[in-house]
Design a protein around this ligand. Structure first.
Ligand code: RRO
Length: 340
């Protein structure tokens, strides 16, 4: 058997699969099912300061090309109730709380509340594509300065490692990752769902209850791979700091895990695949990855992590200018003092 274990932010994971925050994971039962199903790491549904019921349905609509569109609307019990049920490990797997807020001050309050729970790390969701209802204007990770402001609001209130979950709905995700790392994030989660909508031709209206939403599932895998690769290339060429990347975006099999690790991911989320199949997908994909590694003669994940970046980073020089600008703007945004 190959060694599938992963070192991530001080945690030792049994394998690189992750239950990501997203359309699942809002109930303790889902965390238990994912742990039982073999996930190496569990991330909760994003929690907000106050409880949210979520949007009216339909909140989940499959799309013909192998995708799932959602506008759940961040249903969660709020930080108070969340704190009563949170456990740092479920079924022997580490559990990372994910937080979401609409201002740096709310983030600061959430960070302090979550810090008291003793989590191994905290994910900050800067990227729900429809958190502002039908007006998607609240996407922090579409702006480097906003991203830095949000991350530093958290980092100044906790020493727990911070994972910045980014939106793919930007032209340059590297600029955003640079700002997040500069402001003190310890890892990048990439990517959240792609902004999407679909139309019901009978009713002549958008299909989702919230009208607009985000697309996940196999349909977005190549798009997500490209965003992860962009970040990994920038890390390889020294344009931005090295940090672990927790990838997500349509992974559903052992080969998909290999694909994301080949472009530099340390761990890989599988959300829609759980919805499409069941929580057994984590163990199944890990077994497939093991078989692929054995066929290739790889003994551990580090033997092939980032190998495809060799194709992309050669001849490439660090494009100092855009990254420099992002960091400058991040610094101007205030309180974005680098952590290291
Ligand atoms: O709950 C949601 O509607 C949701 C969230 Br918080 C998110 O981060 N990404 C997404 O596609 N849906």
């Amino acid at each position: 058997m190959a060694d599938l274990t992963v070192e991530l932010l001080g945690m030792k994971l049994a394998n690189p699969t992750v239950l990501p925050s997203g359309i699942l994971g809002e109930r303790q039962g889902m965390l238990e099912a994912a742990a039982k199903g073999g996930a190496g790491l569990l991330v909760t549904k994003s929690v907000t300061l106050r409880p949210r019921e979520g949007y009216r349905g339909p909140v989940l609509v499959p799309t013909p090309a192998g995708g799932i569109m959602n506008a759940m609307g961040l249903p969660n019990p709020g930080i108070e109730e969340f704190s009563r049920t949170y456990a740092a490990r479920v079924g022997g797997r580490p559990v990372i709380p994910s937080i979401h807020a609409s201002s740096p001050d709310e983030l600061r309050q959430l960070a302090m509340a979550v810090d008291r729970l003793g989590p191994p790390a905290i994910e900050v969701n800067l990227s729900c594509p429809h958190a502002g209802g039908s007006r998607p204007d609240a996407l922090v990770s579409q702006d480097p300065a906003e991203t830095a402001r949000a991350i530093s609001a958290i980092c100044t209130n906790t020493d727990v490692p911070i994972i910045a979950k980014l939106t793919p709905n930007v032209s340059d995700i590297v600029e955003i990752a640079a700002a997040a790392l500069y402001a003190g994030a310890s890892a990048i989660a990439a990517v959240n769902t792609f902004a999407a909508m679909d139309v019901d031709v009978n009713f002549e209206r958008p299909v989702l209850g919230n009208l607009i939403g985000g697309l996940s599932g196999p349909a977005i895998r190549p798009l997500a791979l490209r965003k992860v690769a962009d970040i990994a290339v920038a890390m390889r060429t020294g344009c931005i700091d090295q940090a672990p990347i927790i990838a997500s975006g349509g992974a559903a099999s052992g080969e998909d895990l290999a694909r994301f690790i080949l472009v530099g991911a340390t761990a890989v989320g599988m959300g829609s695949a759980v919805y499409e199949r069941d929580a057994g997908v984590f163990a199944a994909a890990s077994a497939e990855l093991d078989a692929w590694m054995q066929a290739k003669g790889y003994r551990r994940l580090g033997d092939f992590r980032g190998k495809v970046i060799d194709w992309l980073a050669t001849e490439k020089e660090c494009a100092d200018e855009p990254i420099g600008k992002a960091v400058e703007r991040a610094a101007e945004a205030g309180k974005a003092a680098p952590r290291r």
